[in-house]
Design a protein around this ligand. Structure first.
Ligand code: 5AD
Ligand code: FES
Length: 382
């Protein structure tokens, strides 16, 4: 009997001093505006009913702060030529199984015209990372031509990697006003586990580039991949706190998906299941919506590689941007950053019709003809 009482006392002591005793119920955490790192981890790990509370709350915050509209950014992956060798990416320089392409101006302008005529209001020009003077000049010319063809009505986001301050300035002056540059991971140790450790893939340079973009006046978007090998929940919580600290305007965060022709494929046995990576990405989006209610959050295409309704599910829990693929069909199969990339052979018209129906099914409305700029950008400028 005495032994039993002692046991109970010991159990009580251990419980009171354990992490579990300090954990608040999710319901209580969700009433706060600020969260500790431990609380963020708890939210990211939530499952079942607890998770439902999180996702309901983020949906409410999204609708109250940025509204129910979803904005389109027509995605044009205009070249897969890349000077880098990120260990996760299917179009890395060393992957010789990829046919390298560079869409010509007419093809790119056609896609922009489609976006404009279909009232998408914005396009994203994305490519591998090249910084030659010829590439810089080419993008500069394209920006001017896109503005010309659309009476300056098409908004332009660029996603062309790390460039010099001068290049960012030049492109901004020629009409780009948003830029996406994912940090991939805000933990330098993890960054160097998924990038080669050399000058060409410097974490500091990536950070500096984000700073240049902000100083130039862009609406700046960043993001990470969720479910990378070696990534801990604490890394993801730190990523969210990093987004807040550098005060981003936009976020694109999607699940990591292994690609056979990349060095990281070797570690596929360390990965969470695809479904777990998917669920965790939705939790990341939900927590980010609570932490930064007025930013734009994209429903990443990689979500759709795991679940056909993946992007729409992200819209329900906090995302408000979608990027329909307008890359000319012949090139799409050569822009496979990861396995099972969706919409490889749907033409732009089909993509649009299918998306429209699905977004409406998800209970959102499409913001046709609207740029849908980040509210946060204007709030931070005030
Ligand atoms: N899985 C998921 N996302 C990937 N990206 C690149 N490779 C992969 C992959 N294997 C993402 C990176 C990059 C963006 C353009 O695509 O985060 O910034
Ligand atoms: Fe092209 Fe990473 S492999 S930028």
């Amino acid at each position: 009997m005495l032994l039993n009482i002692n046991c109970i006392l010991i159990v009580d002591f251990v419980f009171e001093h354990s992490i579990f005793a300090r954990m608040k119920p999710i319901k209580e955490i969700l009433e706060q505006n600020l969260f500790t790192k431990e609380e963020i981890i708890q939210l990211l790990q939530s499952k079942g009913e607890q998770r439902t509370l999180l996702l309901k709350k983020s949906q409410q915050v999204k609708n109250n702060v940025v509204g129910n509209k979803v904005y389109f950014r027509g995605l044009i992956e205009f070249s897969n030529i890349c000077s880098k060798d990120c260990l996760y990416c299917g179009i890395r320089k060393s992957n010789t199984n990829v046919f390298r392409y560079n869409a010509n101006d007419a093809e790119i302008l056609d896609a922009c015209n489609f976006a404009w005529k279909n009232r998408f209001a914005s396009v994203v020009l994305q490519s591998g990372e090249i910084s030659s003077p010829a590439f810089v000049k080419r993008v500069d010319n394209l920006l001017k031509k896109i503005k010309q063809l659309s009476n300056s009505e098409l908004g332009i986001t660029l996603s062309c990697g790390e460039q010099t301050r001068e290049t960012y300035r030049r492109w901004f002056e020629s009409g780009a006003h948003r830029f996406l540059l994912r940090i991939e991971s805000s933990n330098p140790d993890l960054y160097y586990k998924v990038h080669p450790k050399n000058k060409k893939h410097s974490f500091e340079k990536r950070m500096e580039a984000l700073q240049f973009l902000k100083e130039t006046g862009y609406q700046v978007g960043t993001g990470v991949m969720v479910g990378l090998p070696f990534q801990e929940f604490e890394d993801l919580a730190n990523d969210l706190l990093f987004f807040k600290e550098i005060d981003i305007d936009m976020c694109g965060t999607g699940p990591y998906i292994e690609h056979e022709d990349t060095p990281l494929y070797e570690y596929r046995n360390l990965l969470k299941t695809k479904q777990e990576r998917f669920d965790l990405t939705l939790n990341m989006i939900a927590v980010l919506r609570l932490l930064m209610p007025d930013i734009n959050i994209a429903a990443a295409t990689a979500l759709q590689a795991i679940d056909p309704a993946g992007r729409e599910k992200a819209l329900v829990v906090g995302a408000n941007i979608i990027m329909p693929n307008l890359t000319p069909c012949d090139y799409r199969k050569e822009y496979q950053l990861y396995e099972d990339k969706p919409c490889l052979d749907e033409d732009a018209e089909l993509c649009r019709n299918c998306l429209e129906a699905r977004i409406e099914l998800a209970g959102s409305e499409i913001g046709y003809d609207l740029w849908g700029d980040s509210k946060h950008f204007f709030n931070r400028k005030k």
